[in-house]
Design a protein around this ligand. Structure first.
Ligand code: 5RP
Length: 293
């Protein structure tokens, strides 16, 4: 039986992780209460400090977009390879079996579709997030959008106020308007605003100078994959993002629109958690794809 001295020395108590944590393994979370830390630990691995979130919330603005027509067929087989899933409550309750017991980062805001202006303007009740036993709530911020910036910042603010009562972390999702310049200055600004308004995780995009975006954000930054890229390029994107300080990925289309989604998510996982190089990860992707055939 380990004693207090073992704790000081960082005994793992047979758990395989250092439980002495002077500093908690999630950036910016050391001063948060137990419930927050527990939920963040479900998302970010205690040893690698990273996460692979599988995003399939796109339907809330795009409808049955390519790869998400039949989530039961396309997404459910991938969930075992993800550390966390990101989806809407509609899909969670209708399509994701509760017994999979994966941490859920719930898309918690809603608004208009791609057919009109792209903006989010309503926030779900905190009670529903609690009932659904979510590990985090995701809320979008449209920084720089003259019409919707204020509304979306207010949404995030309100989500943090409500969620923190129940020790539920909030992830700020930086939406990028067409007129915004996708550079480190913009993503740095948007990410920092999320964190300053209380987000415990930020989702943004990779860009040149990303190391400055990650360094200036006091909470973990995960990157979205964006539009579908060739698999090799998507794996390079993951690799460079992690190298430059990302705490993981929250990836959708580059996984579920891949020619081999299960192989792709495993290759992404290996880059994020095992630091495979893009060449090694692409080899793994090809290898796994061939085995699937
Ligand atoms: C949509 C989202 C998506 O979850 C996010 O963009 C990640 O997906 P992808 O990797 O396909 O970009 O937040 O609003």
């Amino acid at each position: 039986m380990a004693d207090l001295d073992d704790l000081k020395d960082g005994s793992d108590f047979g758990l395989g992780v250092d439980v002495s944590h002077q500093a908690f393994h999630v950036k910016g979370a050391s001063n948060l209460p137990w419930g927050m830390k527990d939920r963040l630990s479900r998302i970010f691995h205690p040893t690698t400090r990273k996460t692979v979130m599988l995003a399939f919330d796109h339907g809330f603005i795009m409808g049955p977009t390519s790869g998400l027509e039949r989530i039961d067929l396309s997404i459910l087989p991938l969930i075992e390879y993800a550390d966390c899933i990101m989806c809407t409550r509609g899909i969670l309750q209708t399509t994701v079996p509760p017994h999979i017991n994966k941490p859920v980062c719930l898309r918690s805001d809603g608004g208009t579709s791609i057919l009109t202006e792209l903006n989010d303007n309503v926030l779900m009740d905190i009670e529903d997030a609690i009932r659904l036993n979510v590990s985090a709530m995701a809320v979008m911020l449209a920084i720089g959008d003259p019409a919707y910036e204020a509304k979306t910042v207010a949404n995030l603010f309100q989500a943090v106020d409500r969620a923190s009562r129940y020790h539920i972390p909030v992830m700020g999702v930086t939406a990028v308007g067409k007129e915004m310049i996708r550079d480190a200055r913009y993503f740095g600004l948007a990410s920092r605003i999320c964190a300053e308004n209380g987000a415990s995780i930020v989702k943004t995009y990779y860009c040149e100078g990303f190391e400055k975006v990650a360094a200036a954000c006091p909470v973990p930054v995960v990157i979205a994959g964006g539009k579908k890229l060739p698999e090799k390029e998507a794996l390079e994107l993951c690799y460079y993002a992690i190298n430059d300080g990302a705490a993981g990925v929250d990836m959708g289309r580059n996984v579920f629109q891949s020619s081999s989604p299960a192989a792709m998510i495993q290759a992404v996982h290996a880059v994020v958690h095992e630091r495979l190089t893009p060449v090694q990860a692409y080899e793994l992707f090809i290898d796994l794809s061939n085995k699937e055939e």
